[in-house]
Write a protein that binds this ligand. Structure first.
Ligand SMILES: C[S@@+](CC[C@H](N)C(=O)[O-])C[C@H]1O[C@@H](n2cnc3c(N)ncnc32)[C@H](O)[C@@H]1O
Length: 196
């Protein structure tokens, strides 16, 4: 193994250890979480947590500055039931303590990755839904919303082939509050899928 690759592996290990430690500190006891993936600056989740004081919420985003701003928003609102973590969604779901389960999931205006060679980066894909399913009991809902029509079509096809999730078109969207990207969108489409 060359030393550059070894250093990369070491960095990944350190990052994963830090994240695992942080998540264990945040959630020391058995918890059911409302998870928002790609929470951006936390506008949506702070309002959601304020409107649902009985729920424990976690927002995850790749970008530290967004997560920091989300945390400040939470602090200004004096909320104790919402946390924000910088991390990649797959990794966070993998590294949550074993006693943490997900009670609901929100993916609002995820990065659309329009170029075909980048479709593999779309968060809403089979590998991700399988990982998510490990943390979700039967009946748990995942809410997906996008303003990019080809992504919605893609997501519809992914779900149609899914063994672990089914689409439910009868369920109403549970909480309407514009996200930053929703405000900029001319139109959008929503889908709710349910863990089988
Ligand atoms: C288009 S923005 C939408 C932000 C917000 N949900 C909204 O509607 O305004 C997508 C967000 O997802 C984050 N993101 C993209 N891929 C991610 C991943 N794999 N894990 C966690 N966050 C991710 C990005 O950093 C970005 O903040």
């Amino acid at each position: 193994m060359n030393s550059g690759y070894e250093q990369h592996l070491k960095r990944v290990e350190l990052r994963r250890n830090d994240l695992e430690e942080k998540l264990a500190e945040l959630f020391p006891c058995e918890t059911k979480l409302s998870l928002e993936i790609g929470c951006g600056h936390g506008h949506w989740l702070v309002d959601y947590a304020a409107g649902h004081p009985e729920k424990s919420c976690l927002g995850v985003d790749l970008i530290q500055d967004r997560v920091s701003r989300a945390g400040r928003k939470r602090d200004r609102a004096k909320l104790g039931n919402v946390q924000f973590v910088k991390g990649e969604a797959f990794e966070v779901i993998d590294l949550l303590p074993a006693h943490v389960r997900l009670s609901e999931v929100f993916i609002l205006f995820p990065d659309p990755w329009p170029k075909k060679r980048h479709w593999k980066n779309r968060i809403f894909r089979h590998a991700f839904l399988s990982e998510l399913a490990k943390r979700c009991d039967s009946g748990v809902r995942c809410h997906f919303r996008t303003d990019y029509e080809p992504y919605f079509e893609w997501a519809t096809e992914v779900v149609a082939e899914e063994a672990l999730w089914r689409r439910d078109e009868e369920i109403d969207w549970p909480f309407e509050k514009e996200t930053v990207f929703q405000r900029r969108a001319d139109s959008f489409q929503s889908m709710i899928i349910v863990r089988k």
